[in-house]
Design a protein around this ligand. Sequence first.
Ligand code: AMP
Length: 363
Amino acid sequence: MKVGVIGAGQLGRMIALAGIPLDIQFCFLDPAPNSPAGQFCEHILSPFDDLDGLTHLVKSCDVVTYEFENVPVEAAEFLAQRVTLSPPPNALAVAQDRLSEKTLFVQQGMEVPPFRKVDTLEELESAVKDLGLPAVLKTRRMGYDGKGQAVLRSPEDVETAWEQLQGVPLILEGFVHFERELSLIGVRDADGNTVFYPLVQNTHREGILRLTLAPAPNVSSSLQESAEKLMKGLMDTLNYVGVLTVELFEVGGKLLANEMAPRVHNSGHWTIEGAETSQFENHLRAICGLPLGGTAVRGSIAMLNLIGEAPAHSDVMTFPETHLHLYGKSPRPGRKIGHITLLATDDRERAERVRRLERLIGV
Ligand code: AMP
């Protein structure tokens, strides 16, 4: 079995690392040389929308997937007409537009932050009137890690934010004073079987994920079940195959869906050592027609992202029950260059060990 992957970043690298023991071969397509996955796998150096590159991928692979959601939809459709592409292009199209995404969530019965479409300054002013301040103005497309958005706190911010973001389709969202951010990762195969990992708790700084606690502390089984039920509905509607992630805000015992990622996700990296089957292996199992693997968690797990530069390896390596992952990327401020997974027996021990590790590596 040979899997083609659009995008050869760290997610692709971890997909390959999960597939190699299963004797799955890989071919990545990415315009960047020396990419995290291309460093050790076959790599087509080509723009994502280049028909020659895509055709080469189709010819050499049994199935194709992707590791980032900004793959041009035309490229995905070109692939889907020629080879099995999972997740399907419709999921990609929905996830690329915050308005379609939120509209679909509402149709599925999911709660979402209040939102309005904004294409003109007049629409922005009337959306601000409807939703009140504070609010968050976001580009509908191509936003990631908090880029392409502005928080409006006072009426004076309205024009500044408009100046900053105008020119592309926008969405205004009511500001959610959430208690915490959670995410849910589910996997669906082509027969409609699904498995879910437990809800995890995510802490962001400057729009970038810093820490994931898995499972999230204090999640009732009814909250987990209702989140799974809604996500199953979403995956069935999209005829989804592969790993899907939904990012959520918890507020007053309710979950509001913020966005979805039709791919393996940073908040699931802990599954490599912390779950019976990793998200990466389960993604491959789903798209290759293999049985889905169990999602049981091995204790109380934390994942810390390494942003900008790596700590001294030896410091991390002498810390017990800790796993260091480096992505083969050169250090740069704000860049995700690796992560550390830390295993503990219970939430108290996890909290204490996370504090010690954070002190050790200086985050
Ligand atoms: P996003 O690109 O939508 O994932 O947003 C990046 C981060 O901004 C989220 O992880 C939240 O911490 C914050 N954020 C996004 N939307 C809202 C909102 N409507 N209310 C409050 N915070 C938000």
